[in-house]
Design a protein. Structure first.
Length: 117
């Protein structure tokens, strides 16, 4: 299983970015995918999750600003991030797990998101 995260960059506060997580080596429709982030000096934290039936959940601080979605035909999950804030600055990671299991055994490399004030 391989996950490839992309789409990070530098954006001004209030701006938008869309992250992508492309998966390979798995039957994508059988997997739930999550986005996590880690800011310098902080613990990694959950950001958003989408399961195989496209049910989603979010970190409270990103609700209403971030939207997670999936395109099963492209084996890709997206994280649309709007109204970005400096506190959203972090390395963002995507991770996958087989449905009906706990934990995320598969992780992509991170993509840096930097929001300037």
């Amino acid at each position: 299983v391989q996950l490839q995260a992309s789409g990070g960059g530098l954006v001004q506060a209030g701006g938008s970015l869309t992250l992508s997580c492309a998966a390979s080596g798995l039957t994508f429709v059988n997997y739930a995918v999550g986005w996590f982030r880690q800011a310098p000096g902080k613990e990694r934290e959950f950001v958003a999750h989408i399961n195989q039936s496209a049910t989603t959940n979010y970190l409270d601080s990103v609700k209403g600003r971030f939207t997670i979605s999936r395109d099963n035909a492209k084996n890709t999950v997206y994280l649309q991030m709007n109204s970005l804030k400096p506190e959203d600055t972090a390395v963002y990671y995507c991770a996958a797990r087989l449905i009906s299991t706990s934990g995320y055994p598969y992780w992509g490399q991170g993509t840096q998101v930097t929001v300037s004030s």
